[in-house]
Write a protein that binds this ligand. Structure first.
Ligand code: KIV
Length: 263
């Protein structure tokens, strides 16, 4: 049976963590869900890992539709979430609806959009019209030039309060899930305990309802210096299947992320 947003919500209510990995093609979709991954995220990180770009800004709507279709063809069990790329949703709620509907038509069950309370009207517009939305706060890679680099967010009292306020407003606007990227574990814990919707952490510590990593990163395919929050699950596995299964077990049993991966 297909995992739905309701399944994820129930898992969290039963204190069961769920697992997310990015996925960009059919063969990995089948493999990841057979290894126990609950959510496949067609991330715009494909701009980095597949296209070799240094940012996600060049990823197009057509790229996202194409990769979502590939993932959907290989998947029969997982919940499929897909990023809305930069420039495809920021202009207006109407623009977001027009583009999100194409991503859903390609096979996604939910779209993910980056940004804080400025995105509340758009989230309300989409969810009231049948498009489930995951919000994404903290380190939002599409704002990289504004953030001034890939660095910790919410590390001052003021910015932590801003993120907590954002999270509450986005939940109220209708977001069904919330990704928190590279924020202090203590703040992610507070946000997770404040919201009723599941939170998904990447570099956000152990207390989130779920964890996500970029597939290539957790398979050790990271060029250059590995950021603190990534664990290479391939290092101790004999094949990819085993690495993914070990990730699933580590997340579900609360062994990943450990202190060495958090801020
Ligand atoms: O695009 C992506 O891979 C993401 C995750 C890092 C959360 O948004």
């Amino acid at each position: 049976m297909r995992i739905t947003q309701t399944t994820l919500q129930k898992m969290v209510e039963n204190n069961e963590k769920f697992t997310v990995l990015t996925c960009y093609d059919a063969i990995f979709a089948t493999m990841l869900e057979n290894a126990g991954i609950d959510v496949l995220l067609v991330g715009d990180s494909l701009g980095n890992v597949l296209h070799g770009e240094s940012t996600t800004l060049g990823v197009t709507l057509d790229n996202m539709i194409y990769h979502t279709r590939c993932v959907a063809r290989g998947s029969s069990k997982a919940f499929i979430m897909a990023d809305m790329p930069f420039g495809s949703y920021q202009v207006s709620p109407e623009q977001a609806f027009e583009n999100a509907s194409k991503i859903l038509a390609a096979g996604a069950h939910m779209v993910k959009i980056e940004g804080g309370q400025i995105m509340a009207d758009t989230i309300r517009f989409l969810t009231q019209r049948g498009i489930p939305v995951c919000a994404h706060i903290g380190l939002t890679p599409q704002s990289i030039h504004q953030l001034g680099g890939y660095k910790l967010q919410g590390d001052s009292e003021k910015s932590a309060k801003q993120l907590l306020d954002d999270a509450k407003i986005l939940e109220k606007a209708g977001a069904g899930l919330l990704v928190m990227e590279v924020v202090p574990a203590k703040l992610a814990k507070k946000i997770t305990h404040t919201l009723s919707i599941p939170t998904i952490g990447i570099g956000a510590g152990i207390h989130c309802s779920a964890q996500v990593l970029v597939l290539h990163d957790m398979l050790g395919l990271y060029p250059g210096k590995k950021p603190r929050f990534i664990k290479d699950f391939m290092a101790s596995a004999k094949n990819i299947q085993e690495a993914v299964t070990n990730y699933v077990t580590a997340v579900k049993t609360g062994q990943f992320p450990s202190e060495e991966h958090e801020f």
